[in-house]
Design a protein around this ligand. Structure first.
Ligand SMILES: Nc1ncnc2c1ncn2[C@@H]1O[C@H](COP(=O)(O)OP(=O)(O)OP(=O)(O)O)[C@@H](O)[C@H]1O
Ligand SMILES: Nc1nc2c(ncn2[C@@H]2O[C@H](COP(=O)(O)O)[C@@H](O)[C@H]2O)c(=O)[nH]1
Length: 206
């Protein structure tokens, strides 16, 4: 599929800091817009339907799967999460850059469909720090934190399948790295379009 906007996919083990990084990126760069996913998990404290997620029942999620409404979806930490076609196609067709915060299974599905998507994996500086970020965040029970830490090992084993890797130790440094990837990707896309236009011109194709 070919759209005028860029697609960025950020994945990470839970607690590595991807939501915080993506939020800061979007505050600094209004051309980057979020994709709001659907999930069957319950909202956390301050989360709002339609802002962090569309919170849906298992039956509603099933209906969307049957209707082929998702570009990708996956089972993550005992729940289902999915990116609807609607969440990204409208924005990308208008030329916006869209950023997806999804797990590695979804990221690899997206790369199959959108070959030009830039996939970015965020790593925590250490296991101890990952655990302590999940605990300090104070949003999940200790059982949920244990599940997320167990899943983190499998998630981190996928790192080599991603185009870019950021270690989120210093938050400012990680934001800088993310901004640089976005900038580089835009330049690459512009260069590709220019080269294509020049080829078409040389071949007298409009
Ligand atoms: N570089 C950093 N140094 C210290 N704390 C950080 C850093 N980056 C993020 N955090 C904190 O770590 C916690 C987890 O971050 P965040 O919620 O962004 O993670 P996440 O990867 O999006 O997790 P999830 O997948 O569960 O949503 C938050 O409390 C956040 O403020
Ligand atoms: N494959 C997908 N994964 C998604 C999507 N939206 C979020 N996620 C990932 O789920 C976990 C848990 O998120 P949390 O909000 O419950 O902490 C995390 O890795 C998210 O990135 C999606 O649409 N598809």
């Amino acid at each position: 599929m070919d759209y005028p906007g860029n697609l960025f996919v950020v994945a990470a083990p839970s607690g590595a800091g991807k939501s915080s990084l993506v939020k800061t990126l979007m505050e600094l760069d209004s051309h980057v817009q979020p994709s709001v996913s659907h999930t069957t998990r319950a909202p956390r404290g301050q989360e709002k339907h339609g802002r962090e997620y569309f919170f849906v029942s298992e039956t509603e999620f099933d209906a969307m799967v049957q209707a082929n409404a998702f570009v990708e979806w996956a089972h993550v930490h005992n729940h289902r999460y999915g990116t609807s076609k609607k969440a990204i196609e409208e924005r990308m067709s208008q030329g916006a850059d869209v950023i997806l915060e999804i797990d590695f299974q979804g990221a690899l599905q997206i790369k199959q469909i959108f070959a030009n998507a830039a996939t970015i994996f965020i790593l925590p500086p250490s296991w101890e720090e990952l655990r302590s970020r999940l605990e300090r965040r104070g949003e999940d029970s200790s059982e949920v934190i244990e599940v997320r830490l167990q899943n983190a090992a499998l998630e981190m084993a996928q790192v080599q399948q991603f185009d870019f890797v950021i270690i989120n130790e210093s938050f400012d440094r990680a934001v800088f790295d993310l901004k640089s990837i976005v900038h580089a990707q835009r330049l690459k896309y512009l260069a590709q379009r220019r080269a294509r236009a020049e080829t078409f011109k040389a071949l007298h194709i409009s």
